[in-house]
Design a protein around this ligand. Structure first.
Ligand code: PRP
Ligand code: URA
Length: 211
């Protein structure tokens, strides 16, 4: 359905956890925990290409040249506010990652997304960047966040989402063909209000209990 830059998690644990999240009766506490857990599982996939080197160690049995991460520098950048829910899961997998924040609002008339807040590690341009957000709907927010990261010199950018609409994937593939997209599931479509169907509702409200 999509090309090799779109990585859809094909894993029973992700499918099972997403089903619980989709259920409208799931509590805020459970929803928040599941965002973090799936974030961890998708990070496992999104870091598959991290380079390894080796170092000499001694096991209780013998010396060996053992694999170790080559020290690639990673930054995770949540799109405020719902993206915050994924940070903890990424950091559990990549504890040395730095964290940047990017805030986006939509112009009420034009619906264009605008960056209202952006605080990033100083050396962001030299880091591998994982932009995280539970929902990729029209793709407007993620595309604007990627624009901003590129404006600041980032070259290696990945987008990590829990649920994507085909419309959002097409938007990112068109505007940012260099960016790999990692998602827990691809749903059917968007409804007239820009919500993903079947989706899981407003991710920010469900993570923070604001509705
Ligand atoms: C949600 C979601 C994404 C965006 C996706 O955030 O977390 O950032 O919508 O929609 P798009 O692909 O059409 O841009 P929202 O604007 O609801 O803000 P919130 O995180 O504060 O809830
Ligand atoms: N933002 C959300 O939180 N949910 C959707 O389905 C679409 C955009």
């Amino acid at each position: 359905m999509f090309d090799e830059k779109v990585h859809v998690m094909d894993h029973p644990l992700v499918a099972h956890k997403l089903t619980i999240m989709r259920d409208k009766n799931t509590s805020v506490k459970d929803f928040r925990e599941l965002v973090s857990e799936i974030g961890m599982l998708i990070t496992y996939e999104a870091t598959r290409d991290l380079p390894l080197t080796t170092k000499p160690i001694e096991t209780p049995i013998c010396p060996m040249e053992a694999p170790t991460l080559a020290g690639k520098k990673v930054a995770v950048v949540p799109i405020l506010r719902a993206g915050l829910g994924l940070v903890d899961g990424v950091l559990r997998m990549v504890p040395s990652a730095r964290v940047g924040h990017i805030g986006m609002y939509r112009d009420e008339k034009t619906l264009e997304p605008h960056v209202y807040f952006c605080k990033l590690p100083k050396d962001i341009a030299s880091r591998d960047v994982m932009i995280v957000d539970p929902m990729l709907a029209t793709g407007g927010s993620a595309a604007a966040a990627i624009d901003e990261m590129k404006r600041r010199g980032c070259k290696n950018i990945k987008l990590v989402v829990l649920v994507a609409a085909p419309e959002g994937i097409r938007c990112i593939r068109t505007q940012h063909p260099d960016v790999d997209i990692y998602c827990g599931a691809v749903d059917e479509r968007l409804n007239d209000n820009g919500y993903i169907v079947p989706g899981l509702g407003d991710a920010g409200d469900r993570i923070f209990g604001t509705k």
